[in-house]
Write a protein that binds this ligand. Structure first.
Ligand SMILES: C[S@@+](CC[C@H](N)C(=O)[O-])C[C@H]1O[C@@H](n2cnc3c(N)ncnc32)[C@H](O)[C@@H]1O
Length: 296
């Protein structure tokens, strides 16, 4: 494929390669949102040594990818980074030296109470930093408001609340996100040890990337960011080192493309009766369109 003015070759691609090398493919100032979930350096086995570095190496490497990625952002772009309380102070200081911090979001993984630590409090959350480059950053709160339930709406039925935008559109999700982690039986679950829920990633995409914009994830894992972008009508680009995970990404994207291109079941009007009345018919399913390639 050759690059055209309308669509760069790297758009909607996940490259199975080191993000630090691959970032050179992407034009500077071309990405609306960097949404990334790097290894936390907690010793997970991703089939590479990325989560088992000395602290010094890990922090040096973190600074390297931050400096390689930030030039890719548009001037009104944003960045979300997943991290853990163990490293968030250092990672946030690096980013605060380069950007403005808007939020620390706590993802409460809704871990059930089962034993756990006996010498400290059991950790049940991930820390997410939300950063922007400039004051006029893109942010669409209305796209991610949470609808009030009927009971709450009824309780706010006094005349002073009638027509209130916040009541009609729903409330700000705030900075504590309580979303269950993807346990083994979860229908969304792929074969990746630290897969993030679509619900969380889609909220970030909808709030911080305009429709048709571009989301960059340096560390795709099972491809949740790419999938969320596709489902939300945004473009994506990213990288993943592990070939097995690249295959999972390809499968997840192909399934999503197939679901999106499958015709919705259309009910035909009943044929006029001849001798016997005929039953209502449904259209046969068309063959599914071939999903877009993932570069691996
Ligand atoms: C925390 S996981 C990402 C999980 C992902 N958010 C998901 O929902 O599936 C981090 C991923 O980064 C990958 N990785 C580590 N170092 C990398 C590098 N230098 N370039 C690209 N990918 C890398 C690992 O193989 C791992 O799959």
């Amino acid at each position: 494929m050759t690059e055209t003015a309308a669509q760069p070759v790297w758009l909607d691609q996940v490259y199975c390669e080191d993000a630090l090398a691959g970032l050179a493919r992407i034009a500077d100032g071309s990405v609306d949102l960097i949404l990334t979930d790097p290894p936390y350096n907690l010793g997970k086995d991703y089939g590479n040594g990325s989560d088992r570095q000395t602290l010094d190496d890990y922090l040096r490497w973190t600074e390297q990818w931050i400096d390689a990625a930030l030039p890719k952002l548009k001037a009104n772009g944003s960045l979300y980074v997943f991290t853990t309380w163990r490293n968030s102070p250092e990672v946030f200081v690096m980013l605060k030296q380069r950007m403005t911090m808007m939020n620390e979001i706590i993802w409460d993984r809704r871990v059930p109470s089962m034993g756990g630590s006996v010498r400290s409090f059991t950790s049940v959350h991930d820390t997410i930093g939300f950063f922007v480059k400039r004051k006029d950053y893109y942010f669409d709160l209305d796209a991610v408001r949470i609808a009030y339930d009927a009971a709450t709406k009824k309780a706010r039925s006094r005349s002073i609340f009638v027509g209130a935008k916040w009541l009609e559109l729903g409330y700000n999700p705030k900075d504590l996100w309580s979303v269950s982690r993807l346990h083994k039986e979860h229908p969304e679950r792929a074969d990746h040890p630290t897969q993030k829920p679509l619900e969380i990633i889609e909220r970030m995409v909808k709030a911080s990337c305009p429709p048709g914009g571009v989301v960059l994830d340096l560390f795709m894992g099972s491809g949740t960011t790419a999938l969320a972008a596709l489902r939300c009508g945004r473009h994506f680009v990213g990288f993943e080192l592990n070939r097995d995970y690249c295959a999972i990404i390809e499968q997840r994207l192909a399934a999503q493309h197939a679901a999106m291109s499958a015709p919705k079941e259309t009910v035909l009007p009943a044929k006029p009766a001849r001798r016997k009345p005929t039953a209502r018919k449904t259209l046969a399913k068309k063959p599914v369109a071939v999903a877009k390639d993932v570069s691996i």
